[in-house]
Design a protein around this ligand. Sequence first.
Ligand code: UGB
Length: 598
Amino acid sequence: KENLNILSPEQVGLAKMLLEMGQSHLFEHWANPGVDDDQKKGFFEQVSRLNSSYPGGLASYVKTARGLLADSKDGKNPFDGFTPSVPTGENLLFADDNFTNFEEVGIKEARKAAFVLVAGGLGERLGYNGIKVSLPAETTTGTCFLQHYIEYILALQDASCNLLPGGCQTQIPFVIMTSDDTHSRTLELLESNSYFGMQSTQVKLLKQEKVACLDDNDARLALDPHNKYKIQTKPHGHGDVHALLYSSGLLKVWLVAGLKWVLFFQDTNGLLFRAIPAALGVSATKQYHVNSVSVPRKAKEAIGGITRLTHSDGRAMVINVEYNQLDPLLKAAGHPEGDANCETGYSPYPGNINQLILELGPFIEELTKTGGAIKEFVNPKYKDASKTSFKSSTRLECMMQDYPKTLPPSARVGFTTMDSWLAYAPVKNNPEDAAKVPKGNPYHSATSGEMAIYRSNSLILKKAGVEVAGPELQVINGQEVEVWPRITWKPKWGLTSSQIKKRVSGSCSISQRSTLVIKGKKVNLKNLSLDGALVVDAIDDAEVDVVGSVKNKGWTLETVDHKNASEHEVVRIRGFKFNKIEQLEGKYSEPGQFTLKC
Ligand code: UGB
């Protein structure tokens, strides 16, 4: 009680709340009044932060935790009463008429969109020391994920505005959710690169706070093992993004500005923007309140499965079931094979890639009711079967794709499936773990993520009429991967399948050992035969026709063992680097019409 004298009235209120919530153990080790006063005040500053950053405050956190911990102890199935079944949604085939029509609608809608990247995770599975968005998506150009995403958003902005007579001045808002682990490094990456061409005012960083750890089934808050005046905290998960967007006030600002869509995406998928125009077109055409982009999923693959859940009481929803829950759910529902592939060689449940498109109006309406709180879960590691104590402290977690769980049945929740080669190539696993992935399942490593970009670009150009040589199989960092020609382009060169098709004409071919880098906006491939390396760099107002035959020594791919400590971590995790022996380079820095005759 004497200690209360040093606290502000607000802090005294928090102390009472903690005592009422059965948290008196937090003060048991406090020194006598007059000793450690600064640390005691620091303790309450932390409590105040934890209280204000959680919808409903700490009391609500402890109450929810007690309920979830009791359910977990009783072995209660979170899907009790729900029967899973395969949902129906929009299945798109790249570049067919349906796809191109949706892409056209999507480009039109893009100027009414805001983009939200969740990038608060450190990516423990990858074991990379930096922030993941600073990693190169591919090493032909070295473009990092963040730059890649920003260039796509800017290209969408440009393409969408150009559809209006006279253009428009729209700046598509871009929000990045960071955490204490990633915030300063993300800001530094943006600032030291002039926001990669975006206006700094267009970008907003929202930092998520960690949540309090829990020591036991009574949800007693855990103290930091190294500091008795500090509550131990851990990340709460990507679901925080909804509460943060809501409390920032940005959603209302966007609504007033006439925006209609909010697009969420993750930190290391180099292909994700390939899916956006068509998926946004689907959202607009079908008037989906929620649209999840998905890909065919291999059974046991570490991505969630989109599932239709029907409850005996009449409730029904289409929702992601996380990868560790799908197998037990299916077994409990009378499918003894559990999470298994069907005759197509894939799981019948589409794979969630956590790329969500929400309609802004209904999104605000829902968040006004919930404050952005998302259904949480707890995953304690028990010491023994009595489930009375934990091996280490736990905490509540939440996922952004669980947003539809609180929606009324009238909400229009759908999904759009596309080929994985087009839309999904995350970088999540370190080389050792990737090498252990069962044969036939995707590695989700830096090696596979980069190779998937080359494969996707090769297949897109093939579809546009270019004769692109097939891949060579190579084992890199213990993973067997397809090595296609190394083809990259800037988003502004081609955002949609039809735009890309327009840039290719005549009879073009690219050999397997080739590298093609297109850095310009208006670069036309006309009767190009490439066997080697070609780099075309042009300002937006320079239109370049690339014609003829290129044959040079090109860039060779040199493998690097991931344990080779003399190489940089960025090289080691992908297991290769390029040896740039010879190339043809065309550089155009003046406006005009040009021909690069090879
Ligand atoms: N993230 C945050 O911003 N804050 C956090 O506290 C945690 C993460 P992971 P995960 O598409 O590949 C998800 O760890 O959670 C960011 C889906 O749940 O890479 O294992 C983090 O920076 C799963 O259904 O993925 O699995 C990153 O950008 C499936 O869709 C993002 O959240 C899978 O992703 C995801 O974090 C997938």
